[in-house]
Design a protein around this ligand. Structure first.
Ligand SMILES: Cc1cc2nc3c(=O)[nH]c(=O)nc-3n(C[C@H](O)[C@H](O)[C@H](O)COP(=O)(O)OP(=O)(O)OC[C@H]3O[C@@H](n4cnc5c(N)ncnc54)[C@H](O)[C@@H]3O)c2cc1C
Length: 495
């Protein structure tokens, strides 16, 4: 894919990466009249939220569930700002949570959840109240984390205009989901804690003991707000954003990996790509993790960028292992639902002990040949295990890959008997695959674990004209999170 146009080497703004974050900021800045060029390493946009075709199937590179499209949600706000129409339709069930004893469809209406965990109702009501306040306050794109007195005053005004509801918040600023569970006498309800831990792991990248209570409340609210099926694959979100950029005279240069961002300690001076091109711009926006940005920075050492903003060694974040399968349709005949959060018998929530399985829509013939479905299954994994494995030899790496593939297929087969026999095509990706295709150092995905509202990095870096968008900045992972972070940066740059 290429724009077909010659790209300007001196735009106002250079964006590195056409993931959801890079495309969103580019579209907003183009809309405000800036000249913007995006340099993307791959031949297609979307990064972790791309769709791709292989052997007659269309698969998702990572994200499968559309969230944030609800009225007042970040994608809804963005579409109104840019006059976009998203190719989405509301899903009746966001996903089904299944463990040994439960099968809980997570929907806008929570009666099935209440029935499964009757003791949890007061906890869930508190979570809903907290989430409602944050959703309401975020209609204006909260300037969080604050970067000075102006932002503090704006936050204070939004807080004041949301009184009395907002008075609830300070009590929870430093609380974790676990402390709230304890307050409701639920911390020893093993099934409910396991449910929450699994849900938080996919939405906040950490479990109840460490997840901030306010962040956790919003993360747990996604099915209640409603999720969406993206028609034609999740990649259609980035395709729609690409059109928004191009129709506003923004330029996107694919297969153009940035090799170096040169800086003089204060400002980014110019950019070099692997194709040997040189670019200059007034502002540079990196749709990269902090670690990947560090790798391409060339100039005096910038301690603040490399130390405080990186993933903490105590809470280093996660990688993903992903399985793409082509499967006979009959295996899924019993279900209408497209997404499943499946737990195994053990306590392990990563490395295949818990998987997220997504099916292509039964009528989507672009995704899979007749009588088959395209299936994407992912699980959290430690990226360092894969790095060490490849360093100790290809055989060990392949062994690990086969072992985890088998474990995942076993777990999926428990919930979908006949799955193993119904597989017509399969391929797997490890954190090394993510590193190769998304440029994320070591293959860390999903942003940082959301343990504190006060330590989340914002879009600014210690280089004054260099900014970050994407799931490494507040509010972190997901299409909705990344769009929120990019809207925040747009406000900073446009104002
Ligand atoms: C397995 C998995 C499942 C997920 N499920 C969901 C889900 O169901 N719903 C949801 O909302 N979210 C989900 N997410 C999270 C979501 O996909 C991500 O948070 C989001 O897509 C990240 O977007 P980003 O803008 O931060 O960057 P990325 O997607 O990482 O994009 C960065 C882009 O920059 C490019 N790039 C990198 N280095 C360079 C360079 N040097 N030069 C030029 N270009 C470069 C890359 O090629 C890439 O296109 C999932 C993620 C994973 C991994």
């Amino acid at each position: 894919m290429n724009t077909g146009k010659a790209h300007s080497n001196r735009p106002d703004v250079l964006v590195i990466g056409a993931g959801i974050g890079g495309l969103t900021i580019a579209a907003l800045l183009c809309n405000a009249g800036h000249s913007v060029t995006i340099l993307e390493a791959q031949s297609r946009p979307g990064g972790c939220a791309a769709s791709f075709y292989h052997s007659g199937y269309r698969f998702e590179a990572g994200a499968t569930v559309g969230c944030g499209f609800h009225h007042g949600g970040p994608l809804d706000i963005l579409s109104k700002r840019l006059g976009l129409t998203w190719p989405v339709e509301p899903a009746a069930v966001s996903w089904e949570y299944r463990d040994k004893v439960h099968r809980i469809p997570l929907t806008r209406d929570r009666s099935a959840l209440h029935a499964a965990f009757p003791r949890s109702v007061s906890f869930l009501q508190e979570q809903e109240r907290l989430a409602d306040v944050i959703w309401r306050m975020s209609h204006n794109v909260l300037p969080w984390p604050t970067r000075g007195l102006g932002d503090l005053l704006t936050c204070a005004k939004i807080f004041a205009s949301s009184i009395p509801d907002s008075l609830l918040l300070p009590h929870f600023f430093r609380a974790t989901v676990h402390t709230r569970l304890k307050a409701h006498g639920l911390h020893d309800d093993r099934d409910f804690v396991r449910f929450l831990d699994s849900e938080l792991l996919i939405t906040a990248q950490t479990t109840s003991c460490k997840a901030n209570a306010i962040y956790g409340a919003v993360a747990l609210d996604l099915p209640r707000k409603g999720t969406y099926h993206v028609k034609g694959g999740v990649g259609m979100v980035s395709d729609t954003l690409c059109e928004a950029v191009k129709s506003r005279r923004g330029l996107i240069s694919f297969r153009n990996r940035v090799r170096k961002i040169h800086h003089d300690g204060k400002r980014a001076t110019h950019i070099e790509t692997e194709n040997g091109q040189r670019f200059k711009a007034r502002a540079v926006i990196a749709n990269l993790t902090h670690e990947s940005l560090d790798e391409v920075l060339e100039g005096p050492r910038i301690p603040a960028l490399s130390r405080s903003r990186h993933l903490s060694p105590n809470e280093p974040g996660h990688g993903a292992f992903i399985l793409h399968l082509g499967v006979k349709d009959r295996v899924f005949r019993e279900t209408q639902c497209l997404h499943f959060h499946l737990l195994g018998d053990g306590h392990e929530l990563t490395e295949g002990g818990r998987i997220f399985l997504s099916l292509s829509h039964p009528e989507d013939r672009d995704a899979a040949p007749p009588e088959t479905r395209s299936v994407t299954i992912s699980t959290h994994t430690d990226p360092l295990t894969w790095r060490r494995a490849i360093e100790s030899g290809r055989t060990h790496y392949k062994f690990l890959k086969t072992a985890l593939t088998e474990k995942i297929i076993d777990l999926a087969s428990l919930h979908f008997p006949g799955l193993r026999e119904g597989i017509l095509y399969q391929t797997a990706g490890t954190p090394l695959t993510y590193e190769r295709y998304t440029g994320r150092r070591l293959g860390y995905v999903g942003g940082r674990p959301q343990t504190s509202l006060f330590q989340s990095p914002g879009p600014e870096t210690s280089i004054e004209n260099l900014y970050i968008v994407g799931d490494s900045i507040f509010p972190g992972q997901s299409i909705a999170g990344v769009v929120t972070g990019a809207m925040r940066l747009a406000r900073i740059l446009i104002e």
